[in-house]
Design a binder for this molecule. Structure first.
Ligand SMILES: [Zn+2]
Length: 603
């Protein structure tokens, strides 16, 4: 039974009143910011005329943006407490409209700044530093450096207007994909472990394909991919539309390739991307060995694509009370030092976290917040080991926000996605290390298997996705065949290569590419693999080197978005343009596999 929200004690709920003590305070801010929008619009056409103008415009934009962020996050988090509550549905949609309006009101700023010659921009920042503009451009140095860097790919005003107007059309392939796969596609009914009929859905698939019963795994796999196979032509068309949109924008903005266009946002060198793929593809043999071990432990004559997800030993971690989960994370993350842990513990005890599920509450988990307020975490804690890992993960994001908003001015407080998953995964790695340090026998084998699965799913699998994306976008750019059947062939070959000779690669896996929603957000998934590699390396450095490594790490968290991700990570102690961090994660995988082999073969 899921409890009602009012029956849950306040100590397990987040304190959104730290943002607004009452809804009328929210209304007051809403009215205030609405009024300020016209002031911002009134600055249109003045930015090139003097440093003073530019500085006060950027300041007003940020002031508005901070309040809009606060209004938006408060309204949405309130509505996530009970999705059916019409009061906060209404507040959420008003906040969404307001944020669109604020975006529109500020839309002249970037084009106007781009129109200012580099010399003038540099002179503005220099003169302002001498105090002439009644303030300092220091907080905006990075913003201005970014404007200058991106100039080459910004078009004339009418061209930009056309591109902006094309945006809705360009998302049509993604929308059609979501509608088809979430609403229209129906999967067959299969038998579960108890012989009961269950209608397959994407949400139920993972549990069914991880079943200890092979018939259940196989029928889930076949039912899922037979359904994708039936929709292959349509899914080929939506994927093709995504490729065309990606090509259109990369070409219009004069990028050499789709990949270059996507990586230019956070200024990630292409070499980081190709280095990841090359290093992983040169080191696939540990994954092949892992598949051989699975085949042997499961006692299978043939290892199939539906024999990957079932755990090799029973889950020995069940019903972990919330208090134990907190104690575990506090002990496990202790290597991050007293400063981190003091803020961490205080956060957990002072209303950052909404712990349990209640009727109407949003599912899943996230960390969120806005500048000037503490971070918030939504959980649906249910006592599983994965729930404890989720707590460590989301607290990683929240602590990143805590450090970055406490140390950075607003313009450089936001960190990139490339860095975000490093902070969360470092915590998960430290959790696993800690648990392994005190686990023996079956528990140890279970945790080792968890680590292998994490690296397989996050590093190997996402790199395979990244490799596929690069290949397919290049083919499209060369005008070569990217029909559904060609994509299926390519995907099948990749699976043969990645899983190695012990795997019987089923024909149906050739439809898996058509199922991945992330492909509609091109060149995104590689960040899971780089993020994991960086995190694994940093966690190891923090454990092995102590104070100097954790000081570098805290500095990284405190840096927010004040420099490019690759530079920030380099300073933290991991250079993602080099092979080393990728090789380290492969070593971690190999070491884990060696131990698991010897424990299992001994046992
Ligand atoms: Zn995350």
């Amino acid at each position: 039974m899921i409890p009602t929200r009012s029956s849950i004690s306040d100590e397990f709920k987040w304190k959104l009143r730290d943002i607004y003590a009452s809804d009328s305070d929210w209304e007051a801010d809403f009215t205030r910011v609405k009024g300020e929008l016209s002031g911002l619009v009134g600055m249109r056409g003045t930015l090139g005329k003097g440093a003073e103008n530019l500085l006060s415009c950027l300041r007003l934009r940020d002031e508005i943006s901070i309040i809009v962020g606060r209004l938006y996050s408060y309204a949405h988090m309130k509505s996530h407490e009970d999705m059916a509550d019409p009061v906060y549905q209404s507040l959420s949609s008003r906040a969404t409209t307001l944020s669109v309006e604020a975006g529109a009101a500020a839309s002249f700023i970037t084009p106007e700044m781009i129109a200012i010659p580099d010399d003038t921009l540099n002179r503005f920042t220099d003169s302002a530093n001498e105090g002439e503009a009644g303030g300092s451009f220091n907080d905006y140095r990075f913003t201005i450096r970014e404007i200058i860097r991106r100039k080459a790919h910004i078009l004339s005003e009418p061209e930009e207007a056309l591109l902006a107007a094309s945006g809705d059309m360009a998302t049509a392939p993604d929308t059609a994909f979501s509608m088809l796969t979430n609403a229209d596609m129906k999967f067959p009914t299969i038998k579960d472990e108890d012989g009961k009929s269950v209608e397959l859905t994407e949400e139920r698939y993972m549990k069914l394909v991880s079943s200890g019963c092979r018939d259940v795994r196989r029928s889930a796999f076949e039912a899922l991919y037979e359904t994708y196979k039936k929709n292959n032509n349509t899914l080929g068309a939506t994927f093709g539309g995504m490729l065309k949109a990606s090509r259109f924008y990369a070409g219009a903005r004069r990028y050499g390739s789709d990949l270059e266009a996507e990586l230019n946002g956070p200024n990630i060198p292409i070499s980081v991307y190709s280095n990841l793929i090359a290093t992983i593809e040169d080191n696939l043999s540990p994954l092949h060995r892992y598949m051989a071990l699975r085949k042997r432990v499961l006692g299978l004559h043939e290892l199939h694509m539906y024999d990957i997800y079932n755990p090799l030993v029973e889950n020995p971690y069940r019903d972990i009370p919330w208090r134990t989960a907190k104690e575990m994370t506090i002990e496990a993350l202790a290597p991050l030092g007293p400063d981190y842990m003091a803020a961490f513990t205080k956060g957990m005890e002072s209303g950052w976290i909404d712990v349990y599920a209640n009727k109407g509450k949003r599912g899943g988990a996230y960390s969120w917040g806005s500048y000037g307020t503490h971070p918030y975490i939504l959980l649906n804690y249910d006592g599983e080991l994965s729930d404890v890992m989720t707590l460590a993960h989301e607290m990683g994001h929240s602590m990143h926000s805590h450090y970055s908003t406490s140390n950075q001015p607003y313009p450089t407080s936001e960190y990139t996605i490339f860095c975000a998953e490093v902070a969360s995964t470092t915590n998960e790695e430290l959790m696993l290390d800690f648990m392994l340090s005190r686990a023996e026998g079956e528990r140890r084998i279970y945790l080792l298997n968890q680590r292998l699965e994490r690296i397989r799913a996050t590093v190997y699998r996402q790199t395979m996705f990244a490799s596929f994306e690069r290949d397919v976008h290049e083919r499209a750019q060369r005008g070569e065949n990217t029909t559904a059947s060609e994509l299926g062939k390519l995907w099948h070959e990749l699976n043969v290569r990645y899983f190695g000779p012990e795997m019987t690669v089923d024909d149906l896996i050739g439809y898996e590419w058509s199922r991945v929603p992330h492909f509609y957000n091109p060149f995104y998934v590689y960040q899971y693999a780089t993020g994991y590699s960086a995190a694994a390396s940093l966690a190891r450095q923090i454990t092995a080197d102590g104070a100097p490594a954790r000081e570098r790490y805290i500095k990284f968290l405190s840096s927010g978005g004040s420099d490019y991700p690759i530079e920030l990570l380099k300073a933290a102690g991991v250079d993602m343009s080099q092979k080393r961090p990728i090789l380290d994660v492969i070593d971690l995988f190999t070491g884990t596999l060696n131990e698991m082999e010897s424990l299992i073969l001994k046992g």
